[in-house]
Structure formats: C-alpha cells, structure tokens
Design a protein around this ligand. Structure first.
Ligand code: PEP
Ligand code: MN
Length: 358
C-alpha cells in the first residue's frame, strides 16, 4: 500500500532547518510553563509543547491539569511568540484546543495503537485546519501507524507530521522504548514527503541517552525533534527522569551535528562508488551462502521428518547462539547483532522445514 500525502509546510514557520518542538511533559502551573518558555525562548525552537491530559500507564498518578492549563500554555506561547502543541485523545480535547487557539495537536502513542480511538478523533478533526502530529503506536506495527495517517488524512487534514517515540519491548534494554529505527525509516519511504521528527525523551527514558538518540536521528536524516524540557526537572510531576533544563537543552542542541544528504564533491562519489562495488560483491556472496544454508536446512528437514522428529531442536539452537556470537565477537561484530541475524536465519530455516511438501 502506498499513500501520498503532499507536504505542506507547517502553517506558522517553514521547516528550513532542524525543526524543534520543546517543552515540559506536562503543563503543571502558570509559573512552570512561563519559566520553561522563558528559558527556551532564545534557543531557536519552533514550537512550545506541553501535556494537558496525560495518558498514564497506571491510575493514581498525575493525569495533567486539564482545561485551565491550556490557557497557561497559550499565554506562555504568546509571551514568547511561539506556536503551542498539545496531545489530544478525545473529541472533547480537540474541541477545547480549538477554543483556546492551540496551534498544533498530536496524537499520542497509546491512542495511535487503537484504530477505534483514531477514527473517533479523525471524525472530530473534520474542518480543523492545523497541523497534526501522529506518534507511532506502542508496538512496532507499521500498518497501524500508516492506518492512523490514512484515517486523519481522509478526514481532510493535509498537514501531517510523524513522530518516532520508540516501541515497548518485552526485553530489558537501556531504553524506555526501543528505537527500532527501521520502522520510522520505512514509514518515511511509504508516505511521500512526510516530515519525520524523533522524540528522544520517550525513547531514552533517562537524560543520559538523550544526546546519542537525538544524534542518531540527525544521522538518519530526521527532520527534527520533539523533546521534553522542564524548568525544574527534579520536581516534575510526570516523566521527571527524562526531562532536562532549558540550559541543558541548549547544550544538547548545539552539540548535534546535522548531516547533509548529498555532497557536490566528485571525488567523494568516485570513492563511494568503488567501495559500493565491493559491497555488492560481498552481498552476492552472502546471498549465495544463505541460499546454500537454506538448502542444507531443507535436507535436514527431510531427515527429521522421516523419523518424526521436531524441526525445532532447542539444544542445537543454544549451541548455534553460543558459537556464532563467540566467533562474531572475535571478528569485532557485536554479540547482539550476530544474535539478531541468527534469530532471523534460524526462524527461516525452521519455516522452510515446516513448509516442505510431503
Ligand atoms: C508525551 O509526549 O508526553 C507522551 C505521553 O508521549 P507518548 O504518547 O509518546 O507516550
Ligand atoms: Mn512525557
């Protein structure tokens, strides 16, 4: 499926350089949002963000200040001449945002996950003429993310932006939400012209990882970032561990190196093309070897089938993981990388054995 969303520039300012949305996880008080905005005002951001209604995993935690905070956010935006952005999850939220002149709204990860909720929201967005940001669903399901774009697009919204905030993982990782970069990259390939932002705050979950995640997004040619900034992060009522001060934000932004997609240096292209030819040769060999390996797997499948033995042999799989990661590490490959490759290869071997005709 391929949908085409013509890129219209965001209504207020054009995306000329890295587009930055910054502000607290939640708007907590008039002073908090005004002070945060004051700290951000001279740091080149395009939009001030703030959560008004907070989707929390467990009940009983701070759920946002609600409607009165919309005005606080809008006032802070007016004071520093910044458009403001808010998360919406229900038609009532949309209505209140429109009443208060909110400039940009976003659909959060938990809402994108549920097509019923997205459709109800899309219906309530008919006739609304502001940019809509759609965060990825909590699972790395690209069709679900695309579906949310289609629903909102079909409601007549033409200025759409994707926000990558990482995915829930059953595995323990350094991240709060694993980045799984290939998913947002694929989305960008499937929706022509869609601007793509990265939210390093919800990917990282802690301040130490923010810089490297934001830099990775720049290296992958993301169009900008949405990041949580609080005037006093330690006292934040939500997501305290991942928020940074306006000053730390300034340092982070100036540390980012923005890569360019092309160069006009001819020698560079010659060098690139030589190396790519070598890569092409290596890839040809890799494909050949993979095909040979699958051929052997199918032969093993026949042997197992003749004796009614299961295709999956846990002992053999353990041995493969151990020996291949060890061999990979010796050649400077990361154990995680080798493990993932072998997970794919082994799954495919088993699938081919199962699919063999009798
Ligand atoms: C947020 O941006 O504060 C938020 C709740 O994000 P997400 O929907 O990505 O969890
Ligand atoms: Mn948050």
């Amino acid at each position: 499926m391929k949908i085409t969303i013509p890129l219209k520039t965001l209504s207020t300012r054009e995306i000329q350089k890295t587009f930055i949305i910054a502000g607290p996880c939640s708007v907590e008080s008039e002073e908090q949002i005004m002070q945060t905005a004051a700290g951000l005002a001279d740091k080149g951001i395009q939009v001030l963000r703030g959560g008004i209604w907070k989707p929390r995993t467990r009940p009983g935690s701070f759920e946002g200040m609600g409607i009165e905070a919309l005005q606080w956010l809008k006032d802070a935006g007016n004071e520093y001449n910044l458009p403001v952005a808010v998360e919406v999850a229900t038609p009532e939220h949309v209505e209140q945002c429109m009443k208060h002149g909110i400039d940009i709204i976003w659909i959060g990860a938990r809402t994108t996950t549920n097509p019923f909720s997205v459709q109800i929201l899309a219906d309530s967005l008919k006739g609304v003429d502001i940019p809509i940001l759609i965060k990825n669903p909590i699972s790395p399901d690209i069709e679900l993310w695309l579906g949310a774009f289609e629903r909102v697009y079909n409601a007549g919204i033409k200025t759409l932006v994707a926000v990558h905030r990482g995915f829930t993982s059953h595995r323990k990782t350094a991240y709060r939400n694993v980045p799984n970069w290939r998913v947002p990259i694929e989305l960008k390939g499937r929706i022509k012209g869609i601007p793509l932002l990265c939210d390093p705050s919800h990917i990282s979950g802690k301040t130490e990882l923010l810089q490297s995640v934001a830099q990775e997004a720049m290296d992958l040619l993301f169009d900008g970032i949405m990041i949580e900034v609080h005037n006093n992060p330690k006292a934040a009522l939500s997501d305290a561990k991942q928020q940074i001060t306006p000053q730390a934000f300034g340092e982070l932004i100036s540390s980012l190196k923005v890569k360019k997609p092309f160069s006009d240096d001819k020698e560079f292209y010659q060098h690139l093309s030589d190396l790519r030819k070598e890569i092409d040769r290596v890839d040809d060999k890799l494909i050949d070897l993979l095909a040979q390996r699958m051929h052997l797997s199918r032969q093993i499948g026949t042997v197992k089938r003749n004796l009614d033995v299961s295709n999956f042999q846990p002992g053999r799989w353990e041995e493969i993981v151990k020996s291949r990661t060890k061999a990979g590490v010796k050649k400077n490959l990361s154990a995680e990388f080798v493990l993932r490759i072998y997970q794919f290869i082994h799954e495919e071997s088993i699938r081919q054995q199962e699919d063999m005709p009798d």
